[in-house]
Write a protein that binds this ligand. Structure first.
Ligand SMILES: [Zn+2]
Length: 198
């Protein structure tokens, strides 16, 4: 996990979202490879192992992915309307695989993969979080969110809306998925649904 992501994390327990506290172990550049994230409210501690922050063990169960072709990075960049550098883009489930392609097109954006497929590894441009119940991030922090086909369902689509900044885009890799409340539809096709947070 990139060390600067710490201030954007939130505890998945249902209490007020005070900032979490990071204790670092091994670092690799700006990435925390081992450590602990602690909640000052409920006192829970979440381990960082091989760079991945484990809020819960066991990811949100993957469903069979419907057979849409994966979107290419250029299409996603355009749909997300990502031009300038800076900020965070959240990638849910199988959408984590887009981090490398998107990072190759746009500099200076940090990607946050939540519940990535098994075997995913963190990168200097990609932090990985595991949580079975929520996206463990504070509200309205992401410049864009891509929901992978494996997590294109409750609660993840509503969580995607929660972490997205107003006026920014949500892409769901499932043409049949319904956009959450608070997201205006911009179109659907080629296996994707696109909306903008209002
Ligand atoms: Zn807590």
């Amino acid at each position: 996990m990139h060390i600067e992501l710490t201030e954007l994390l939130r505890c998945p327990e249902s209490h007020q979202a005070d900032p979490l506290v990071l204790s670092t172990g091994e670092m690799a550049g700006r990435m925390v490879r081992t450590g602990l994230v602690g909640c000052p409210v409920c006192r829970k501690e979440y381990p960082i192992v091989k760079g991945v922050v484990y809020f819960t063990r066991g990811r949100g169960k993957a469903e069979g992915v419907r057979g849409a072709r994966p979107a290419d990075a250029g299409t996603l960049q355009a749909l997300l309307d990502l031009s300038g550098p800076g900020g965070y883009v959240v990638l849910l489930g199988s959408a984590t695989r887009h981090a490398v392609g998107l990072a190759g097109l746009i500099d200076g954006i940090h990607f946050v993969g939540t519940n990535a497929p098994p075997g995913a590894e963190e990168l200097p441009v990609l932090s990985l979080l595991e949580c079975a119940t929520i996206i463990p991030l504070r509200p309205s922090i992401a410049r864009g969110v891509v929901v992978g086909a494996d997590l294109a369902r409750a609660p993840w689509i509503a969580e995607a809306q929660r972490v997205l900044l107003r006026g920014r885009r949500l892409v769901i890799e499932d043409e049949g998925a319904a956009l959450p409340d608070g997201v205006r539809g911009l179109g659907a096709g080629h296996g994707l649904v696109v909306g903008e947070k209002s």
